[in-house]
Design a binder for this molecule. Structure first.
Ligand SMILES: [Zn+2]
Length: 309
């Protein structure tokens, strides 16, 4: 039964687009690991070489929440603001531990990422959105046109906000074009060539799966693609997990434009519940969504009662 549901999903063109685009972003993210790490390491060294005050050791275990920084950390904070490509964009200082700015290039990188990166100790602990925002925000990557990287970020956000996990063919063409333009700007190197090759292979994959029925008995499934059904099932589970994590870990009061709304969560829960295999796999997340829905209804009831009074 569960397999039949996977088969039905994979015979839907929009769903296949959603899944393939999600996999392309995973390929891109893995290609960006060494690229971002190398560039940030060099950039950190460059800043230290050009501003001796950044070499001062933090002697106060500074915390940004208290807003009391030693002279070395204050210098770093000024430098981070100076090196921001969009000076009017708010910096998520909660990502940072100032005492490590002097010694750890990734602690510097996290200042240019979306919130929620405080625990990330290196590139491989960051998702595609974090790395793309770093490239968009930090002067280290001023050779990449911000419009080009923002277009990839926009596509990524649309993908993650597709509560029905369905992307049209026109969207897919635009996504492919913007992804390739971005990779081209990153530069010619073996890692990015590999990304282009793997993205092309992914986009060419036919993920359709068929099931033969013989004498009323379900025969072995025949995959028409090069990817096994187990692997495709794993890909979709990973992508759905990333979506759910992103939505459930963002506080409702978040003023960020990407903050999930309850309507979106409701639709996503509806999609999972309509697929028995997915509703079983993500039963814990569905319980959380349902408790959020119940809380919202309760809040609405209480607010309505107070209006009546
Ligand atoms: Zn300090």
């Amino acid at each position: 039964m569960a397999f039949e549901e996977l088969v039905a999903r994979l015979n839907d063109g929009g769903y296949k687009n959603w899944l393939k685009a999600g996999r392309c972003l995973v390929i891109l993210k893995e290609g960006l690991y060494p690229f971002t790490d190398r560039h940030m390491r060099d950039f950190h060294g460059y800043l230290l070489d050009h501003n001796p005050q950044l070499r001062n050791t933090c002697r106060a275990s500074c915390q940004l929440r208290t807003n009391k920084l030693c002279s070395g950390c204050s210098q770093w904070k000024r430098e981070i603001l100076k090196q921001h490509r969009q000076p009017h964009t708010a910096i998520n200082w909660d990502n940072c531990s100032p005492a490590y700015w002097r010694t750890d290039h990734w602690e510097l990188a996290k200042a240019y990422m979306p919130r929620g990166q405080a625990q990330a100790e290196g590139t491989d602990q960051c998702d595609a959105a974090a790395l793309l925002n770093l490239i968009n925000h930090c002067n280290c990557f001023n050779f990449v046109d911000p419009k080009v990287v923002r277009e990839v970020i926009r596509s990524r956000n649309e993908l993650m906000h597709s509560s029905e996990c369905h992307m049209g063919d026109e969207w897919m063409k635009h996504f492919q074009t913007s992804l390739k333009l971005f990779v081209h700007q990153i530069g010619q190197n073996s890692q990015m060539e590999k990304v282009v090759q793997q993205v092309d292979e992914m986009l060419k994959l036919d993920l359709s799966i068929s099931i033969d029925f013989m004498d009323g008995l379900e025969a072995d499934a025949i995959s028409q693609s090069n990817a096994s059904s187990d692997l495709v099932g794993q890909w979709e589970a990973e992508l759905l997990q990333e979506m759910l994590q992103e939505f459930l870990n963002t506080p409702a009061e978040d003023e960020d434009a990407d903050a999930p709304d309850t309507e979106h969560l409701r639709k996503l829960a509806g999609f999972l519940e309509a697929n028995k295999d997915l509703s079983e796999r993500f039963s814990a997340e569905l319980r959380v969504i349902n408790s959020l829905k119940a809380k919202e209804l309760k809040d609405e009831g209480e607010s309505g009662a107070s209006v009546c009074v």
